[in-house]
Ligand binder design. Structure first.
Ligand SMILES: [Zn+2]
Length: 339
């Protein structure tokens, strides 16, 4: 792309930001992200309409209150092309090894079709991009504008304290959505650039299995063993939940979280009425990033209780009933870390 086209891209971007800021002011951040989604379908960047996605419910055979689910989503199998650097067609244009989340690369990699929304909250340090491999319709990625590392332990990255605050900020602006952070070795497909996932809840996703487990123990609000994956949960008003969680995480970092390969999933969900934040912290181990028996990696969405499968072999096993409630229980148990 020559200088003239790059200028045109930047002009287009400024106009889109202004348009989306207006939608944001009128209909909230969720409305603005749906407008961005619409724009990205029109531009041709989003091509997968998820028509090939199939969902399989995996109820618990002994307790009707429990269950997991699995989705067959063949496009997701292609996303790990983002895990390593690629060769730029014109290496003069490439920065940071061709990183797929650096805006400077995105405009030449996607020939101008992909454009984001430069967000003003959280000190204006993030841009929202639509995920080309969505797990549900409207799935967006909120990435730092700077090429900061995903991992809080990496030099130059945000601290765990800061990135949890930023995730909670976006959750508060997206009532009813699921928002999550996947640490390096805990489902992050682009480990070298900080990003969060924000996903509108589709019908059938009103309460996910991890959330249901937290509700079964309303008094504890702390470590729960009523789920194959051990996790922490805090629920209540935003201004109360965030500092409580941050204080706990500081303690965790001083103890078991200080290990070099300690990582985590963090999930934040603000109620549709916007008066309650639920925050979940799932400690993980970088060497245990996938469960045994299925091809996929366990990230925040899987931790919530829906396994994402993309291979033909996984589809065969889902259709034949070989993958069931016990399979998912065992997958999650396999990556669970005591703390
Ligand atoms: Zn980058």
């Amino acid at each position: 792309m020559d200088q003239l086209n790059s200028r045109a891209y930047l002009d287009l971007w400024e106009a889109l930001d202004a348009q989306l800021d207006a939608v944001h002011a009128r209909n909230g951040l969720g409305g603005a992200l749906w407008s961005l989604h619409e724009h990205q379908v029109q531009s041709g960047f989003i091509q997968d309409d998820l028509s090939s996605l199939r969902r399989f419910l995996l109820p618990c055979p002994t307790d009707p209150e429990r269950g997991f689910s699995a989705q067959f989503n063949p496009a997701r199998g292609r996303r790990f092309r983002g895990a390593g650097p690629i060769q730029a067609a014109d290496s003069d244009l490439s920065i940071n090894g061709g990183c797929f989340l650096c805006a400077e690369n995105i405009w030449w990699q996607q020939q101008g079709a992909e454009i984001g929304y430069r967000l003003r909250p959280a000190q204006g340090r993030y841009t929202a991009w639509m995920n080309p491999f969505p797990i549900l319709p409207g799935h967006a990625v909120i990435a730092s504008r700077e090429h900061w590392p995903q991992h809080w332990q990496a030099p130059g990255g945000l601290s765990l304290h800061e990135l949890t605050a930023d995730l909670s900020t976006f959750s508060a602006l997206l009532p009813g959505w699921l928002t999550f952070y996947n640490g390096v070795g805990a489902g992050a497909s682009i480990p070298h650039h900080l990003h969060f996932h924000v996903v509108p809840r589709a019908p059938g996703y009103e309460i996910m299995p991890l959330e249901a487990a937290a509700r079964r123990c309303p008094q504890s609000d702390r470590v729960l063993w009523d789920y194959p994956l051990s996790f922490m949960h805090w629920g209540g008003p935003h201004q109360q939940v965030l500092p409580e969680a941050q204080a706990w995480m500081a303690q965790w970092q001083a103890e078991s979280g200080s290990e070099a390969d300690a990582t985590a999933n963090i999930i934040a969900s603000t109620s549709a009425s916007a008066d309650r934040l639920d925050l979940y912290f799932i400690p993980r181990h970088q060497r245990r990033f996938r469960g045994e028996g299925l091809a996929g990696i366990i990230g925040g969405f899987e931790a919530l209780g829906e396994i994402v499968c993309s291979s033909a072999e996984d589809l065969r096993r889902l259709e034949s009933g070989e993958v069931d409630y016990a399979t998912v229980t065992s997958l999650l148990r396999h990556v669970s870390v005591a703390f």
